[in-house]
Ligand binder design. Structure first.
Ligand code: FAD
Length: 494
């Protein structure tokens, strides 16, 4: 008996007899019940509606015999949406907020602010200044400054460090207020379809959409140097593997790296009771300067303007005019993305690191092995002599390297159609890739729009450009624009 041949009476008796067969895929069961709903008489429908439809579906899913589902059965029966946003981190949520305001119908997938809640260390403080740590709200209302004022939390555009808990709660409240329809589901595959794209979701269903915005951030970009990558997972982890560093209390931990992540991870470990050693390739550490620490002349202010990510003309340009970056030669762009805003500690972190933990600078790791239950790193120090270093655990705070090849969800059909520039997708001025309707944002767009796309400051330009382009190229967006225009005219007349 397949569900197609099920009559209402059969379903009822199956439900009543409590027959439990293997589970039937959810969408198929759902369709069976909704078909029944549609075709039964009004009286039957009334009886059938005594309990919520979902409850009947659950029972039905348990009672009907199993048949392997066809592709068509897996397509979820929500209406075909104009746009799917993949990822509900700062970029995904911001873009969704802009789409919402433009009146574009969209779906957004992912766990809201997952990286900030689970893949960054508890107790962390943002490196970006207050003025560079807001998400872009198209209406301008939901800023970090306003959130802090409402919650009576300390805030300053400059010089007041933002704790991760404050940022995460702010970002979640932004999401709840402006984008409450996030679907907590991972997208496992994206393929092209006749009129857009098909997304395979982690619950086994398929969603069909017209356009796709990829906002998956650093998810598939963690980098561990090959010299240490062979260590077993019990002895080696990436800094993004940890939210709770207190598990290392009493252990000897070696942190590799000289950037903000490495320095802050080392400080938090040391403050949490671990014995920490920091291994840095560079001869010395670099530190940012506290904004406003010195009075500056007009020339200095012009020559070294400050922005949400620090001081300097180039940094200011990355943050404020990222669209100009696209016009640089490809080689220069790729070089800048790799080196600009490079490893340096925030001004407020220095006192928690220098003199507080062992720092081995000018030191390079050559190889790593396991000896009994510990890791042995063979390194070469400033004097050029190799030495061995034994430790309980190695944390590679060695950053991220984006590569389109590493995004596991792009189908084989899409990949050859995507034009690339050194591992980054080549994008139009509206973040659209060479596959029409497929957009890449955040770190994936840094090759075209510069290093600011790795940070929160890039959400504004991205949200405006992506939503603006989608609105201009979809019927729904155009009608909405005409409506706006007509309303504006009407208001002008009255
Ligand atoms: C330790 C650390 C500290 C940082 N500090 C700062 C700072 O102070 N200031 C700053 O501006 N930036 C900082 N950054 C950079 C920061 O990551 C970005 O600014 C910001 O998180 C980028 O947002 P995003 O949405 O592009 O990516 P993410 O925050 O990484 O969000 C992407 C989301 O997509 C989801 N996702 C991935 N794949 C899928 C899929 N297949 N289906 C559905 N969902 C998916 C992920 O779960 C994730 O939640 C820091 C980064 C790190 C690692």
């Amino acid at each position: 008996m397949s569900y197609r041949s099920c009559r209402e009476s059969e379903i009822r008796s199956a439900l009543q007899s409590g027959l439990v067969a293997s589970a039937v895929p959810w969408p198929r069961a759902f369709r069976a019940v909704s078909d029944l709903h549609r075709t039964s008489t009004k009286r039957d429908r009334l009886e059938f509606s005594y309990e919520p439809l979902a409850h009947h579906t659950r029972l039905l899913a348990r009672c009907l015999p199993l048949e392997s589902p066809s592709e068509e059965d897996l397509v979820d029966h929500l209406p075909h949406s104009q746009v799917a946003v993949i990822g509900a981190g700062p970029y995904g949520v911001t873009i969704a907020a802009h789409l919402q305001l433009a009146g574009i119908d969209f779906r957004i997938f992912g766990r809201p602010m997952h990286r900030w809640q689970c893949q960054m260390p508890r107790g962390m403080v943002l490196k970006s200044e207050g003025c560079g740590s807001s998400l872009s709200d198209p209406t301008g209302g939901h800023t970090l400054a306003r959130y802090c004022a409402e919650k009576q939390l300390p805030y300053g555009a400059w010089g007041v460090p933002v704790p991760i808990d404050v940022f995460t709660q702010y970002a979640l409240s932004f999401q709840r207020d402006l984008v409450p329809n996030v679907e907590d589901l991972m997208v496992t595959a994206i393929g092209a379809s006749n009129d857009g794209f098909e997304l395979r979701l982690a619950n086994g269903t398929i969603a069909r959409v017209g356009k796709v915005v990829v906002a998956t951030g650093l998810e598939y970009a963690t980098h561990i140097p090959s010299e240490i990558a062979g260590l077993p997972s019990g002895l080696l982890s990436h800094s993004s593997d940890h939210h709770d560093l207190s598990v290392f209390k009493g252990k000897d931990v070696t942190v590799i790296g000289g950037g903000q992540s490495a320095l802050e991870t080392a400080a938090l470990l040391s403050e949490g009771g671990a014995s920490v050693r920091l291994l840095v390739r560079k001869p010395s550490l670099s530190w940012g300067q506290r904004p406003g620490a010195f009075r500056r002349t007009a020339y200095q202010r012009l020559r070294y303007p400050v922005s949400g990510l620090g001081r300097g003309l180039a940094t200011w340009a990355y943050c404020n005019v990222p669209t100009l970056f696209r016009h640089l030669p490809q080689q220069v762009r790729i070089e800048k993305v790799k080196t600009a805003l490079g490893p340096a500690g925030a001004w407020w972190l220095k006192d928690r690191v220098v003199g507080r933990l062992q720092i081995l600078s000018d030191t390079v790791v050559l190889r790593a092995d396991q000896r009994s239950s510990r890791a042995v790193l063979q390194a070469i120090g400033p004097d050029g002599r190799p030495f061995d270093l034994t430790t309980d655990h190695v944390i590679a705070a060695t950053g991220y390297r984006f590569s389109l090849q590493r995004l596991p969800f792009l189908s084989g059909g899409l990949r050859p159609r995507l034009r690339t520039e050194h591992e980054f997708p080549a994008l139009s001025s509206n973040f659209e890739s060479s596959v029409p309707g497929l957009y890449f944002t955040g770190v994936a767009s840094a090759g075209c729009f510069g290093p600011a796309m790795r940070f929160l400051v890039g959400t504004g330009i991205t949200g405006r450009r992506v939503a603006g382009h989608i609105a201009a190229t979809t019927r729904q967006g155009r009608s909405r624009a005409i409506l706006h225009f007509a309303n504006a005219l009407k208001c002008g007349e009255s």
